[in-house]
Write a protein that binds this ligand. Structure first.
Ligand code: JFZ
Length: 435
């Protein structure tokens, strides 16, 4: 769903169908168990902070229509008509190796794929429904092949799973907001999540979505989480069951700066749509991708950047090219991203900081700087030395009371870059990290 479609839902009075239910005061919600505590055990959350950059993949029957993943709902296509798409679903060009290679070249450390989106079509080998990829001309377990390739290559695999299901007969009654979810559907949903947690090896995260029409109690979210914790104790769970889970998922926005220590991941489209939209050519440039990543990490979060495979099973070549280009910057500057965390916020939209150990990384998105080079509101007086991350060339700096940090060295960075990083060694970031 893109912004235009989202605002259309609002005008149709269907905002409830696109937003978590409003009006429930936080204090009125039931207490959450240890499983749903907002503080994730640091050991379980470690991979997430180390990885920082992931590939989101929205792929399903909707790719055949090429009008984004909400087409069934927005165009009011009847179930009987929509489900016939499965007879044409045949992404013969799909190659798990190629997808994982693109992610790897982009410097992404995990992949989150739609195992089932709101359309209700399973992209994995489920035994609980015939409405799955196994019952198409393609007839292969795409999620399974991808998971296997990820495990082979050390890429982390996570599954997106929509709670809402526009197709399943037992969910039809529940399509109205605030109606209960039938026990039959809950059994089906729990069964499918059980399959995902059992048949595909170790999962990085389960990324729920589409729960907004129902309360966590109606979804039996506590039971769901307890089941996952039993089958996959280290798998992280996002916050879209309505319970906090392990991490927040601000969409097209940057983070949860007011909740220090909370894991979060910014999910974004690489153009204007999640699912393939044949008319969408508004690609984010490699530089924009780098900037989004830097901003997320500077705020202590991850970036999950979406790609939309074409019906034949290929990732859009332009998306792949831009990702690969962004990856070139990461190959040279990854030290300032992977496992890095918040140093402190800087309220200037071209300069950000990340930190790791006793190093602070100053990210300058518009190097070489214009008039002067005073970095306001940042104090790195304790730093012993500074240098350009890409070249190792030293950078001279001073401090002034009025302006904070001043870089004396202006221009020796030879490489044009979407983000010029200066490393400060011996700074005092650790106190900031533990806020
Ligand atoms: C949901 C899906 O409906 C969409 O198709 C896509 O998969 C995206 C990643 O997630 O869309 C949402 C969910 C939450 C909000 C907005 C769109 N929200 O909280 O504002």
């Amino acid at each position: 769903m893109n912004r235009r479609q989202f605002s259309r839902l609002t005008t149709l009075g269907l905002a409830a169908a696109a937003l978590p239910p409003a009006g429930v005061p936080v204090s009125a919600q039931p207490p959450v168990s240890a499983l749903t505590n907002e503080k994730t055990n640091p050991r379980r959350g470690a991979w997430f902070k180390e990885a920082r950059f992931g590939m989101f993949i929205h792929f399903g029957l909707y790719a055949l229509l090429g009008r984004s993943e909400w087409a069934m709902f927005l165009e009011e296509i009847p179930v009987g008509e929509y489900e016939r798409l499965k007879d044409r679903f045949n992404p013969t060009e799909f190659n798990a190796k190629e997808w994982v290679q693109i992610a790897e070249d982009a410097g992404q450390r995990y992949i989150t794929i739609t195992s089932k989106h709101h359309e209700g079509f399973s992209m994995f080998n489920t035994k609980l429904s015939n409405y799955s990829i196994m019952h198409t001309p393609f007839g292969r377990d795409l999620c399974g092949e991808l998971a296997e390739e990820c495990h082979r290559r050390g890429m982390i695999i996570s599954f997106y799973f929509s709670l809402m299901d526009w197709h399943h007969p037992a969910y039809q009654q529940s399509l109205k907001p605030r109606t209960p979810v039938s026990p039959e559907f809950i059994e089906f949903m729990l069964g499918q999540v059980r399959e995902l947690c059992t048949n595909y090896g170790k999962l990085g995260a389960i990324w729920f979505d589409g729960g907004w029409d129902h309360t966590p109690e109606q979804w039996q979210a506590e039971k769901l989480m307890a089941m996952i914790a039993k089958l996959q104790p280290d798998t992280l769970i996002n916050n879209r069951t309505g319970l906090p889970g392990d991490f927040s998922t601000p969409e097209e926005a940057l983070g949860e700066p007011n909740k220090p220590g909370r894991l979060w991941e910014n999910c974004m489209t690489i153009n204007d749509n999640w699912g393939y939209d044949s008319g969408d050519g508004r690609y984010k440039s490699p530089g924009e991708i780098v900037h989004l990543l830097v901003k997320a990490v500077a705020g202590g979060g991850n970036l999950l950047l979406n790609v939309s495979p074409l019906p034949i099973g290929k990732i859009d070549p332009q998306e792949a090219a831009n990702l690969r280009d962004a990856g070139k910057w990461l190959k040279r500057n990854g030290e300032s991203i992977y496992g890095a965390d918040v140093f402190r916020p800087i309220y200037y939209d071209k300069t950000f900081t990340t930190a790791k150990g006793d190093k602070v990384y100053l990210h300058m998105l518009d190097w070489p700087p214009g008039v002067g080079c005073d970095i306001w509101q940042i104090n790195l007086q304790s730093a012993r030395k500074a240098y350009f991350l890409e070249t190792g060339q030293p950078v001279e700096f001073t401090h002034s009371h009025a302006l904070g940090l001043r870089l004396v060295t202006r221009n020796p960075n030879p490489l044009p870059s979407p983000d010029t990083v200066v490393v400060f060694e011996g700074a005092e970031p650790l106190k900031q990290l533990e806020i």
